[in-house]
Design a protein around this ligand. Structure first.
Ligand SMILES: [Zn+2]
Length: 127
């Protein structure tokens, strides 16, 4: 069973796109990035999120990177629930997505001086 909701059989599709917990994460993701609500059916859709939005190449690149980071955070939370008996919390996934995304962007030469406060409001503010 899914370690997040315990209501469906665990599968890649359920864990990353359909679970009630990750739907909350993707909703927060789309609000944060100011993009249309995401309709995801399988993991391939996550890999192609940036193709569904009509933005500049640079914005698409950041959104794609953040989708990869979000997926990593979902997988990490899943493993902590399964192996460390952590209590699942979508807010933890969202918080980690923002902080790991910030570290990723801040280590790029063109974004060395980005602000954590502004980043938390909108991750494309510096463009
Ligand atoms: Zn679930």
């Amino acid at each position: 069973m899914c370690p997040f909701c315990d209501e469906a059989e665990e599968s890649v599709e359920h864990l990353f796109t359909a679970c009630v917990v990750v739907v909350r994460v993707w909703t927060a993701f789309s609000v944060w990035c100011n993009i249309s609500p995401l309709i995801l059916f399988d993991f391939k859709d996550i890999l192609e999120i940036h193709k569904f939005i009509k933005r500049s190449k640079k914005e698409e690149k950041i959104i794609h990177g953040l989708a990869m980071i979000a997926s990593w955070c979902i997988w990490k939370e899943r493993n902590e629930v399964v192996f460390s008996q952590k209590r699942c919390n979508p807010q933890d996934i969202i918080g980690e997505m923002k902080s790991r995304g910030f570290a990723w962007m801040k280590n790029r030469a063109s974004c060395k001086y980005i602000s954590w406060t502004e980043w938390c409001k909108y991750p494309l503010y510096m463009l």
